[in-house]
Design a protein around this ligand. Structure first.
Ligand code: URA
Length: 252
């Protein structure tokens, strides 16, 4: 049950005070009856709310896939830089945030949602959620590099900070090498620091997949779309083993 003014504000009908004004003006109905008090509580899962006759259905959670371009920061707001949230047009909820971070110069798949429980689980190293990156690096990647990545390595400065085993596949080896890397954690600058630890520099980094979802290659850099039900099922499938709590939650 939520207040009618919050219902309308959550769904982007206006600010909270604009929603209050609409309600007081008698322009809002709930289940067919005009309601003039903003604090009136309704069941957001079943009520039929209309503003000037137009039905406003309530969406609890929003889920987007963004193809993050370089030059944009993974934050909800920033005084100077353009943020990933500015690229999500058509969003309803104000409380959206990126699931984890990609560096400003990293491109690729970033999930954006207001579902804190899902984000928490996807980001927990204990859940072993795969994150797949394509990288171009300065240096010759060899079988020995693959072994070092799979053994786990210390990427700490002064204080030991060990990585979990990571899968490195060589796409092309040379002075500049191309690789695909799968890791199951997200330490600060992790991929760049792993290559640094073996004496190489990441020149280009793109996340291709996260939690069983692959970046939709039809999305241009900066493009975003809502997740499909199938994609959301993949994210939830990973975490719903023995977890009935999330079944039946609203999503789009
Ligand atoms: N690892 C990095 O170093 N940077 C990213 O943006 C993501 C993973």
């Amino acid at each position: 049950m939520i207040r009618l003014d919050k219902y309308l504000a959550d769904m982007g009908v206006g600010t909270r005070s604009e929603a209050k004004r609409l309600i007081r003006q008698g322009k809002v109905t709930a289940d067919g009856a005009a309601v003039k008090s903003p604090e009136y509580r309704i069941d957001e899962t079943s009520a039929c709310v209309r503003v000037e006759g137009n039905e406003i259905s309530y969406i609890k959670y929003e889920y987007y896939m963004l193809n993050k371009p370089a030059g944009v920061v993974s934050a909800t707001e920033d005084p100077k830089e353009k943020t990933v949230l500015e690229l999500i047009t058509g969003r309803k909820h104000k409380g959206l945030f990126p699931v984890g971070r990609l560096d400003k110069d990293t491109e690729g798949l970033l999930l954006i949602t207001n579902d804190g429980a899902l984000a928490h689980r996807l980001l927990s190293p204990k859940k072993h959620v795969d994150k797949t990156y394509y990288a171009r690096v300065k240096g010759l990647v060899t079988k020995e590099t693959v072994r070092q990545f799979s053994a786990g390595m210390d990427i700490g400065k002064g204080r030991e900070e060990r990585t979990m085993p990571a899968k490195l596949r060589i796409i092309q080896a040379g002075e500049i090498s191309e690789v695909r890397l799968v890791i199951q954690e997200g330490k600060y600058h992790q991929v760049k620091r792993m290559f640094q630890a073996v004496g190489m520099e990441v020149l280009y980094l793109k996340r291709e997949a996260f939690g069983g979802i692959s970046l939709d290659e039809a999305l241009p850099p900066g493009g975003a779309r809502r997740l499909t039900k199938e994609e959301l099922g993949l994210l939830n499938g990973r975490e719903t083993d023995g977890d009935a709590e999330r079944h039946g939650r609203d999503y789009i």
